[in-house]
Ligand binder design. Structure first.
Ligand code: 3NM
Length: 221
């Protein structure tokens, strides 16, 4: 198997839902099921924070969420944890700037796995591309309460800069994205939206995911 094609990657990034147990109002299983029913196109299991699950409980929840994804044809990405990604046979991994470079991760997990890298400026973006990232997560676009160590809010400037510089790698915007503030992220050149709280914390998760899905299909509406 070979690396994912860029156009396939762009399609997967359209509505990229991220969560772990700490982000959920309902159970993580019900949250993910509602989100997949609503039309998310990719999922990342990100179990972070003080009350994050560990050990066997982490593996068990990860396995359940992976099954929900498999049953609905959604690819399952693990945040940061190479061992967990391997143990769950995840479809890919998303890493930050302090983690191993994509090229070493690929050696460990397999050539065909999806590797996403967080990038906060052009230098980091270029490095991640050189290392073989399949996509970049660029943020925080707006203020977020879901990441303790989030960098300064950059609006859509980094995404615009990246596109102006001719970098065509698939890009997803992240950080504080809501139904109201999402359109400029797509207009700036992002291929999709990455969202935790606006979906996981929504009153009606399925309907909210459905509206986001509509928005990324018709960004100007
Ligand atoms: N990464 P919400 S911001 C996981 O800037 C994550 O790289 C970010 O959650 C980055 O949609 C963020 O609730 C949190 O704001 C996104």
């Amino acid at each position: 198997m070979t690396r994912i094609d860029s156009e396939d990657m762009r399609r997967l990034l359209k509505l990229y839902f991220i969560m772990g147990s700490v982000n959920c109002r309902l159970s993580p299983e019900d949250t993910l099921t509602a989100a997949t029913d609503g039309g998310i196109t990719l999922f990342q299991f990100r179990e972070k924070g003080l009350s994050a699950l560990k050990g066997a409980a982490l593996l068990q929840l990860g396995g359940q969420l992976r099954e929900i994804c498999r049953n609905s044809g959604i690819k399952f990405i693990v945040n940061d944890d190479l061992e967990l990604a391997a143990a769950l046979d995840a479809d890919g991994i998303h890493v930050g700037q302090d983690d191993l470079p994509a090229r070493l991760i690929r050696q460990r997990l397999g050539e065909h796995k999806i590797i996403g890298v967080s990038a906060h400026n052009l230098t980091e973006a270029r490095q991640a591309i050189a290392d073989g990232a399949d996509y970049l997560g660029v943020g925080p676009v707006y203020p977020t309460t879901s990441k303790d160590d989030a960098q300064a809010v950059r609006g859509t400037t980094v995404i615009e800069e990246l596109r102006r510089s001719g970098l065509s790698i698939p890009v997803v915007g992240i950080g504080g994205i809501t139904l109201e503030n999402a359109p400029p992220v797509i207009r700036a050149g992002a291929d999709g939206l990455s969202i935790i709280s606006a979906i996981a914390g929504a009153e009606d998760i399925r309907e909210t995911a459905r509206r986001f899905a509509q928005l990324v299909t018709a960004p100007s509406s």
